[in-house]
Design a protein around this ligand. Structure first.
Ligand code: DLZ
Length: 158
Protein backbone atom coordinates (compact mmCIF):
# COMPACT_ATOMS: atom_id res chain seq x y z
CA UNK A 1 0.00 0.00 0.00
CA UNK A 2 2.78 2.41 0.91
CA UNK A 3 4.14 2.55 -2.63
CA UNK A 4 0.76 3.70 -3.89
CA UNK A 5 1.12 6.79 -1.77
CA UNK A 6 4.65 8.01 -2.23
CA UNK A 7 7.60 8.28 -4.53
CA UNK A 8 10.29 6.37 -2.70
CA UNK A 9 13.43 7.63 -4.36
CA UNK A 10 13.55 10.96 -2.56
CA UNK A 11 15.90 11.02 0.40
CA UNK A 12 17.90 13.30 2.67
CA UNK A 13 21.61 13.09 1.88
CA UNK A 14 22.69 15.58 4.53
CA UNK A 15 23.81 12.85 6.92
CA UNK A 16 25.70 10.75 4.37
CA UNK A 17 29.28 9.91 5.25
CA UNK A 18 32.23 10.43 2.87
CA UNK A 19 32.19 7.41 0.55
CA UNK A 20 35.07 8.44 -1.70
CA UNK A 21 37.26 5.61 -0.35
CA UNK A 22 34.49 3.01 -0.08
CA UNK A 23 34.24 0.02 -2.37
CA UNK A 24 30.88 -1.18 -3.61
CA UNK A 25 29.88 -4.42 -5.29
CA UNK A 26 26.85 -4.41 -7.55
CA UNK A 27 25.28 -7.79 -8.29
CA UNK A 28 22.69 -7.61 -11.04
CA UNK A 29 20.37 -10.39 -12.24
CA UNK A 30 20.05 -10.94 -15.97
CA UNK A 31 16.37 -11.92 -15.90
CA UNK A 32 14.25 -8.96 -17.04
CA UNK A 33 17.30 -6.93 -18.06
CA UNK A 34 15.13 -4.10 -19.38
CA UNK A 35 14.31 -3.53 -15.71
CA UNK A 36 17.53 -4.58 -14.00
CA UNK A 37 19.64 -2.38 -16.29
CA UNK A 38 17.64 0.62 -15.09
CA UNK A 39 18.02 -0.44 -11.45
CA UNK A 40 21.74 -0.91 -11.96
CA UNK A 41 22.17 2.49 -13.63
CA UNK A 42 20.18 4.10 -10.81
CA UNK A 43 22.38 2.53 -8.16
CA UNK A 44 25.60 3.30 -10.01
CA UNK A 45 24.71 6.95 -10.68
CA UNK A 46 23.59 7.43 -7.08
CA UNK A 47 26.89 6.14 -5.73
CA UNK A 48 28.81 8.45 -8.06
CA UNK A 49 26.55 11.38 -7.21
CA UNK A 50 27.38 11.00 -3.53
CA UNK A 51 31.12 10.72 -3.96
CA UNK A 52 32.00 7.13 -4.79
CA UNK A 53 34.75 6.71 -7.38
CA UNK A 54 33.94 4.77 -10.54
CA UNK A 55 36.96 2.52 -10.08
CA UNK A 56 35.59 1.51 -6.67
CA UNK A 57 32.30 0.20 -8.03
CA UNK A 58 32.43 -3.42 -9.15
CA UNK A 59 29.47 -4.57 -11.24
CA UNK A 60 28.83 -8.28 -11.72
CA UNK A 61 25.99 -10.08 -13.47
CA UNK A 62 24.36 -13.28 -12.30
CA UNK A 63 21.92 -15.40 -14.37
CA UNK A 64 18.84 -14.80 -12.24
CA UNK A 65 17.77 -13.43 -8.88
CA UNK A 66 18.26 -16.79 -7.20
CA UNK A 67 22.00 -16.40 -7.84
CA UNK A 68 22.17 -12.98 -6.15
CA UNK A 69 23.06 -14.63 -2.86
CA UNK A 70 26.14 -16.44 -4.10
CA UNK A 71 27.16 -13.41 -6.14
CA UNK A 72 26.88 -11.29 -3.00
CA UNK A 73 28.92 -13.75 -0.97
CA UNK A 74 31.71 -13.91 -3.56
CA UNK A 75 32.05 -10.13 -3.37
CA UNK A 76 31.41 -9.68 0.35
CA UNK A 77 34.14 -12.16 1.28
CA UNK A 78 36.78 -9.71 0.03
CA UNK A 79 37.98 -7.70 2.99
CA UNK A 80 38.30 -4.52 0.94
CA UNK A 81 34.63 -4.62 -0.18
CA UNK A 82 32.60 -2.28 1.99
CA UNK A 83 29.05 -2.93 0.78
CA UNK A 84 27.23 -5.10 -1.73
CA UNK A 85 24.07 -4.04 -3.55
CA UNK A 86 21.94 -6.79 -5.09
CA UNK A 87 19.44 -5.99 -7.82
CA UNK A 88 16.86 -8.19 -9.47
CA UNK A 89 13.25 -8.43 -10.54
CA UNK A 90 10.89 -11.29 -9.84
CA UNK A 91 7.51 -11.10 -11.52
CA UNK A 92 4.74 -13.35 -10.31
CA UNK A 93 3.79 -16.08 -12.76
CA UNK A 94 1.42 -19.01 -12.84
CA UNK A 95 3.50 -21.05 -10.42
CA UNK A 96 4.99 -20.38 -7.00
CA UNK A 97 8.53 -19.81 -8.35
CA UNK A 98 8.43 -16.22 -7.20
CA UNK A 99 7.80 -17.24 -3.59
CA UNK A 100 10.70 -19.66 -3.57
CA UNK A 101 13.12 -17.24 -5.20
CA UNK A 102 12.15 -14.23 -3.09
CA UNK A 103 12.30 -16.06 0.22
CA UNK A 104 15.60 -17.69 -0.66
CA UNK A 105 17.15 -14.38 -1.70
CA UNK A 106 15.84 -12.49 1.33
CA UNK A 107 17.18 -15.13 3.70
CA UNK A 108 20.39 -15.63 1.74
CA UNK A 109 21.30 -11.95 1.60
CA UNK A 110 20.49 -11.55 5.29
CA UNK A 111 22.88 -14.38 6.05
CA UNK A 112 25.68 -12.97 3.90
CA UNK A 113 25.40 -9.55 5.53
CA UNK A 114 25.51 -11.04 9.00
CA UNK A 115 28.34 -13.42 8.12
CA UNK A 116 30.61 -10.68 6.79
CA UNK A 117 29.29 -7.88 8.99
CA UNK A 118 28.78 -5.47 6.13
CA UNK A 119 25.79 -4.04 4.29
CA UNK A 120 24.33 -6.45 1.75
CA UNK A 121 21.38 -4.66 0.25
CA UNK A 122 18.17 -6.35 -0.89
CA UNK A 123 17.27 -4.56 -4.12
CA UNK A 124 14.85 -7.16 -5.35
CA UNK A 125 11.74 -5.79 -7.04
CA UNK A 126 8.92 -8.26 -6.51
CA UNK A 127 5.75 -7.50 -8.43
CA UNK A 128 2.63 -9.03 -9.92
CA UNK A 129 3.13 -7.48 -13.36
CA UNK A 130 5.80 -6.09 -15.65
CA UNK A 131 4.11 -2.69 -15.46
CA UNK A 132 4.49 -2.61 -11.68
CA UNK A 133 8.17 -3.40 -12.12
CA UNK A 134 8.55 -0.58 -14.66
CA UNK A 135 6.88 1.77 -12.17
CA UNK A 136 9.70 0.95 -9.74
CA UNK A 137 12.52 1.19 -12.27
CA UNK A 138 12.45 4.82 -13.23
CA UNK A 139 8.66 5.12 -13.31
CA UNK A 140 6.06 6.64 -11.06
CA UNK A 141 7.35 4.88 -7.94
CA UNK A 142 10.94 5.98 -8.42
CA UNK A 143 13.88 3.67 -8.91
CA UNK A 144 14.59 0.85 -6.47
CA UNK A 145 18.22 0.89 -7.61
CA UNK A 146 18.59 4.42 -6.31
CA UNK A 147 17.01 3.37 -3.03
CA UNK A 148 19.30 0.37 -2.74
CA UNK A 149 22.38 2.57 -3.18
CA UNK A 150 21.05 5.02 -0.61
CA UNK A 151 20.47 2.16 1.84
CA UNK A 152 24.08 1.03 1.34
CA UNK A 153 25.43 4.52 2.02
CA UNK A 154 23.22 4.92 5.06
CA UNK A 155 24.34 1.59 6.50
CA UNK A 156 28.00 2.49 5.97
CA UNK A 157 27.36 5.45 8.25
CA UNK A 158 25.67 3.36 10.92
C1 DLZ B 1 13.52 -19.53 -13.24
C2 DLZ B 1 13.19 -18.09 -12.99
C3 DLZ B 1 11.87 -17.64 -13.10
C4 DLZ B 1 10.74 -18.54 -13.43
N1 DLZ B 1 11.57 -16.36 -12.90
C5 DLZ B 1 12.55 -15.48 -12.59
C6 DLZ B 1 12.25 -14.11 -12.36
O1 DLZ B 1 11.11 -13.64 -12.46
N2 DLZ B 1 13.29 -13.29 -12.03
C7 DLZ B 1 14.58 -13.73 -11.90
O2 DLZ B 1 15.46 -12.92 -11.59
N3 DLZ B 1 14.88 -15.02 -12.12
C8 DLZ B 1 13.92 -15.90 -12.46
N4 DLZ B 1 14.20 -17.21 -12.69
C9 DLZ B 1 15.63 -17.63 -12.68
C10 DLZ B 1 16.14 -18.00 -11.29
O3 DLZ B 1 16.37 -16.83 -10.51
C11 DLZ B 1 17.48 -18.77 -11.41
O4 DLZ B 1 18.38 -18.02 -12.20
C12 DLZ B 1 17.31 -20.14 -12.02
O5 DLZ B 1 16.34 -20.88 -11.32
C13 DLZ B 1 18.66 -20.93 -12.00
O6 DLZ B 1 19.06 -21.15 -10.64
Amino acid sequence: MATALQHLSTYDASSFIDISEKRFGLVVAEWNTEITDVLSAGAYDTLLKHGARAENIFRNSVPGSFELTLGAQLLAQHEEMDAVICLGVVIKGETKHDDYICHAVAQGLTNVGLKYNKPVIFGLVTTNTLEQAQDRAGGKHGNKGVEAAVAAIQMLGF
